[in-house]
Design a protein around this ligand. Structure first.
Ligand code: FPP
Length: 244
């Protein structure tokens, strides 16, 4: 995982916390699930746009480890949407050369969802375009704990003092991708919510009041434009960055 990224440029890896589906629906006197359905449509547009403009990776937070605490009916409907998406969208993703990966503890999902995750991932595994990571039953802290455990299992002969940052990075879910350059969070809240917390050490943050179902290609370009104006120093001085 490399933190070196071009400044004043297009982000290679964008992460998104898609927040505000419920409020979008409430404003329209619709059930919360209508917000998730509309949110899914927004996600389709964003995936297509990222693919077209040559973004290398897009990682979206679809379902956190804490989201199981939502009302059972909402959880069931979100699972239904997830399954339908896996069944119906994967062919189109494949045609667009998108590689789909589900990031998180998939063992908590139904057998049927797990089967379709495998089918979708296998079908798109060799695609060379946008890598679309859908974080589902994902938590950043658990990702780090799992990484340490995997490292220990891979290196039983090593002492814990040999565990370093690189070793942890190499055992995270997104080990083979650069860290996100840009995090977008919609819906007006300004927090990370246990999303990719290890990888986001130097990520540029962009918060917008726009509710996720209303997020569009124009909004994405606005976020990328804001990113392009920033100077990424990674702890160095502005002069050092200019010299590079
Ligand atoms: C947060 O909005 C959104 C979610 C927890 C679910 C995100 C799901 C989608 C965008 C659609 C489904 C995606 C896939 C990949 C199938 P919220 O419900 O917390 O909104 P609120 O803060 O306004 O209540």
């Amino acid at each position: 995982m490399s933190e070196v990224s071009q400044s004043r440029n297009q982000p290679k890896h964008i992460a998104i916390i898609m927040d505000g589906n419920g409020r979008w629906a409430k404003k329209r006197f619709l059930p919360r699930f209508a917000g998730h359905q509309q949110g899914f449509k927004a996600l389709r547009k964003v995936v297509s746009h990222c693919s077209q403009i040559g973004v290398q990776a897009l990682t979206v937070f679809a379902f956190s480890t804490e989201n199981w605490k939502r009302p059972q009916d909402e959880v069931n409907k979100l699972m239904g949407l997830f399954l339908t998406a896996l069944q119906k969208e994967v062919k189109k993703l494949d045609e667009n050369n998108v590689q789909l990966r589900i990031v998180g503890d998939c063992s908590a999902f139904s057998q049927q969802i797990q089967e379709h995750i495998k089918i979708a991932e296998d079908m798109t595994a060799n695609n060379t375009g946008l890598v679309l990571n859908v974080a589902a039953n994902y938590g950043g802290r658990a990702d780090i704990v799992n990484a340490v455990q995997k490292w220990q299992a891979d290196n039983p002969e090593k002492n814990i003092s040999e565990l370093d940052e690189e070793a942890i990075s190499e055992h995270l879910f997104l080990a083979d991708l650069p860290a996100p350059d840009l995090l977008i969070r919609t819906g007006g809240e300004q927090r990370i919510s246990n999303f990719l917390i290890w990888q986001m050490a130097y990520t540029e943050l962009y918060f917008t009041d726009v509710l996720w179902p209303q997020f569009s290609e124009v909004e994405l370009d606005r976020a990328i434009g804001s990113y392009g104006m920033r100077e990424r120093r990674f702890g160095q001085t502005s002069e050092q960055v200019e010299q590079c």
